[in-house]
Design a protein around this ligand. Structure first.
Ligand code: NAP
Ligand code: G3P
Length: 481
């Protein structure tokens, strides 16, 4: 199945429907134990331009293919992905140090996502509008509204979901008739190449998807000089998203960026349930999720009880090897671990009280709770992307709303409480894309809208929303004689 895409652990690039060797490579090591996993192409400018040209050259045939036939190919690819879920989950676990159970769940979730995208895509047809709704003068006009492909979609995915956050961009783009220029995260590229192979085996014609593999800081500027990109669908950090937005100018963009999701805990909350959700939400995959709970805003009268419950649950979190399905696993890199520790040290220096269950071992950080956190600490507003949770006591709901909205981010928030009227009143005031009531912040189910506002992104993902974002309206007006 995968022998075509690699030779002796040296992976090939997928260019114009062919698996080709590269002139240069990047060695990939596992963040778990530094095991050498393989070498991925570091594509040259010539390769990148060839990939862009291939997308452009093959666009017309693909968009003219009957929708039904495009769907058949995607469904067949989903079957291939499912058949190879364990092998892909195994490499994914090694590549990004995600517990194997979650890695397997990510692959299966992506199979379901493709199938749902096909089903929803078939329901997108269009509508007919009548001119005499606006004025009697235009009664002879009839408008046929449909959706059509955009062109080449640049899909850029992050390290933490190398399959799901690639499928969530690639599948809608392909179904709607676009070609795809695909840039996976460097640490995640091997898993991503296995995904591309399943698309090829599903019957995707040559040149419909082209990979651009290599360091984003090198590949990105080459691509952004091209005028052949029709749309950008990016998931990653806010800083990179902003630079992409500036360099691509007037083309449609969907961006899923950073987050600083707050859990607001009210005085009447079920504290046991709130603590369960907060710990799961903050620490799964060692907090390396955009939708991780990254701060708690708790009413002062229940903070002592809540903190005790949170610490009890954190002390039970499994720490170690992702193949043992531990929740807390080595972070993606030493740099990532250093950044998290820097935020913790800054907080402690400014008066935070640290609770942790163990000492750091290279890029393995034990979970940390920070109490007595004040707004002058960097952790109050920075996104750690690691296993640390700052707890901020508030005197009032208004204060909680103000602190929530003070963040540059606006991805999601959670509210824990019992008085639903009060909760809805708070939810309406929170500056974020999604408010979760009595539940942790999370993407999904994948048919729900998923969006960030402010520095957390632009546009909306989610099955129907992604299909619409990956296409554009075509209106044809008939003037009846
Ligand atoms: P990242 O460093 O921004 O990288 C994201 C992607 O952009 C990678 O494929 C990266 O390639 C590429 N890239 C880097 N520089 C580029 C450039 N100049 N031009 C084009 N592409 C470039 O983010 P990450 O470390 O993978 O993920 C962590 C961040 O993403 C966090 O901030 C997290 O909140 C955010 N995130 C958000 C969501 C969401 O749904 N909102 C989901 C996941 C992650 P390389 O790997 O080669 O650098
Ligand atoms: O950070 C990736 C984003 O897609 C979160 O997914 O399902 O872990 O909330 P989830």
């Amino acid at each position: 199945m995968f022998q075509e895409i690699r030779e002796n652990n040296t992976y090939k690039m997928f260019l114009d429907g062919n698996w080709l060797k590269s002139e240069n490579y990047i060695k990939i090591y596992s963040p778990i134990d530094n095991e050498f996993l393989g070498s991925i192409p570091a594509m040259s400018e010539k390769n990148v331009l060839e990939a862009i040209d291939s997308c452009e050259k093959n666009f017309k045939n693909w968009k003219d293919m009957p929708f039904f036939d495009r769907c058949k190919i995607l469904l067949s690819s989903a079957d291939k992905l499912f058949e190879n879920r364990e092998e892909i989950a195994n490499i994914l676990t090694k590549e990004i140090s995600k517990d194997y159970k979650s890695s397997l769940a990510e692959v299966v979730r992506s199979v379901d996502l493709i199938r749902e995208i096909v089903a929803e895509g078939k329901r997108i047809n269009g509508e007919v509008l009548f001119g005499d709704r606006m004025s009697s003068q235009t009664k002879n006009k009839l408008c046929i509204v449909s959706r059509e492909a955009i062109g080449t979609v640049l899909a850029i995915s992050p390290f933490n979901y190398p399959i799901n956050l690639s499928v969530s961009k690639i599948a809608p783009a392909l179904i709607m008739g676009n070609t795809v220029l695909f840039k996976p995260a460097t640490q995640g590229s091997i898993s991503a190449l296995l995904l591309i192979r399943t698309l090829e085996l599903g019957g995707l014609p040559k040149g419909i998807i082209n990979t651009v593999i290599g360091k984003g800081s090198i590949i990105g500027p080459i691509i952004s000089k091209s005028s052949k990109i029709g749309m950008v669908n990016f998931t990653g950090s806010t800083s990179i998203g902003e630079s992409l937005s500036n360099s691509f100018g007037m083309i449609p963009m969907t961006m899923e960026l950073g987050g600083k999701d707050a859990a607001i805990v009210l005085s009447d909350a079920d504290l046991e349930d709130a603590a369960d959700n907060i710990v799961q939400g903050a620490f799964s995959y060692s907090g390396q999720r955009c939708t991780a709970i990254k701060r708690v805003l708790v009413m002062k009268d229940v903070s002592e009880k809540l903190n005790k419950l949170i610490k009890e649950k954190v002390s039970k979190l499994t720490v170690g090897n992702p193949f043992d399905n531990c929740i807390i696993t080595p972070l993606i890199s030493d740099d990532a671990a250093n950044f998290v520790e820097k935020l913790i040290d800054d907080a402690v220096l400014k008066g935070a009280i640290r609770y942790t269950t163990g000492k750091r071992n290279k890029n393995l950080l034990y979970p940390t709770i920070l109490e007595n956190v004040s707004l002058d600490m960097d952790i109050a507003f920075e996104e750690p992307f690691g296993p640390v949770l700052p707890i901020i006591e508030v005197d009032s709901i208004q204060e909680a709303i103000e602190i929530n909205n003070k963040s540059i981010y606006g991805l999601q928030s959670s509210i824990f409480g019992k008085n639903i009227d009060k909760i809805f009143n708070i939810a309406e005031k929170l500056e974020c894309g999604t408010v979760n009531i009595n539940g942790k912040s999370e993407r999904g189910p994948d048919n729900f809208p998923f969006l960030g506002i402010k520095s957390s992104g632009m546009g909306v993902q989610g099955i129907r929303y992604s299909l619409e974002a990956s296409s554009r309206i075509k209106s044809i007006v008939l003037n009846k004689k």
